[in-house]
Design a protein around this ligand. Structure first.
Ligand code: CP
Length: 341
């Protein structure tokens, strides 16, 4: 058990449930654990991961973090390992679903000390998608802590790894530092979870965040209000502009991410046509040059020479590999904090 804020038994579903002090406590623990022998503090403990969507970094960092501390991991892929799940309460289950999420999650809770879920959007309009039905259902029925491995709205473990990366890159102090989050073109409509996580991290850590995005690519309005309130409390700020060059001017961090338009979530053809008009939104060496000493970040996977030029991704200002590596260190810290060992 570590001294400091009590994170034991908590769900890790959104950064909004963690204070700036708690975030700094988790990153400090992750930094300290890098120097310590791993040992087997999670011997006898188990993690059940459930994937409704693919993953490299999250799957590998969760699995290796838990296993390297002596724990047991089970990796279940929906559509391959699970019975098709019914998500609706009170459903008459005479169609395709063989098992209700209520039963699956209560059973998993008997086996595992933590349940982790990745479940992204499945079409429909934004009002429906933003309900985050899968993670909310797991949270409702679980009797053990739930970890969000990326949902429609949030990616808190990515955001915590990013917090560690930002602190280390900026010499430990984040307050008053400038982050430019720039939308980038991508051939697919990507989830809003990473940009939302960046917004929440910056707001909690007292940073000044400028989001550059084309018209139609705003955040979820309710989450944006939450970030604005958090930024007010921490002394940070949140602004939206439509010019990446203006956003990155003298930024300490340039964070590239792509996301689909929430207002066109139910109209993929219209959304693609809008997105295709913004193919020039790429992070280039020229754009990075406007920052003077800015660092480049991206959660990955990254579309090289579409989202960002090779010269940026592989350049001296790029933190992308360190950022991905920090997912493992933060995950070890989080598991130990939540399980109280
Ligand atoms: N950044 C991230 O979550 O990567 P994966 O989708 O590969 O897990």
């Amino acid at each position: 058990m570590s001294a400091g804020p009590d994170i034991q038994g908590r769900d890790v579903v959104t950064l909004d449930t963690f204070s700036g002090e708690e975030i700094r406590h988790i990153t400090a623990r992750a930094r300290a654990l890098k120097q310590e022998p791993l040992g087997s503090p999670l011997a006898g403990r188990s993690l059940a991961m459930v994937f409704f969507d693919p993953s490299l970094r999250t799957r590998a960092s969760f699995s290796i973090a838990f296993g390297s501390l002596g724990g047991t991991v089970i990796d279940l892929v929906a559509g391959r390992d699970l019975w098709p799940l019914e998500m609706h309460e009170g459903a008459v289950m005479d169609s395709l679903a063989d098992e209700h999420v209520r039963d699956a999650v209560r059973v998993l809770s008997e086996y595992a000390d933590i349940i982790a879920i990745r479940a992204l959007a499945r079409g429909g309009d934004w009002a429906q998608a933003r309900r985050d039905t899968v993670i909310v259902s797991f949270q409702k029925h679980a009797t053990v802590p739930i970890f969000n491995m990326e949902s429609v709205l949030d990616h808190p473990c990515q955001a915590l790894g990013d917090a560690l990366t930002v602190e280390d890159a900026l010499g430990g102090e984040t307050r008053g530092k400038r982050v430019a989050l720039t939308w980038t073109y991508h051939p697919k409509a990507r989830p809003l979870a990473v940009p939302h996580g960046v917004g929440m991290m910056a707001a909690k850590l007292g940073m000044d965040l400028t989001v550059a995005r084309p018209e139609g690519y705003d955040f979820d309005p309710a989450l944006q209000r939450t970030m604005e309130h958090a930024a007010q409390r921490s002394g940070g700020s949140l602004d939206f502009v439509d010019d990446p060059a203006a956003a990155v001017e003298n930024a300490d961090i340039v964070y590239a991410a792509s996301w689909g338009s929430p207002s066109l979530h139910a109209n993929p053809d219209e959304e693609r046509a809008l997105r295709d008009r913004h193919r020039s939104w790429q992070v280039t060496p020229e754009l990075m040059g406007r920052t003077a000493t800015g660092h480049f970040m991206h959660a990955m996977p990254i579309r090289r020479n579409v989202e960002a030029a090779d010269a940026v991704v592989d350049g001296p200002s790029s933190l992308v590999i360190e950022q991905a590596a920090n997912r493992l260190h933060v995950q070890r810290a989080l598991f130990r904090e939540v399980l109280g060992v």
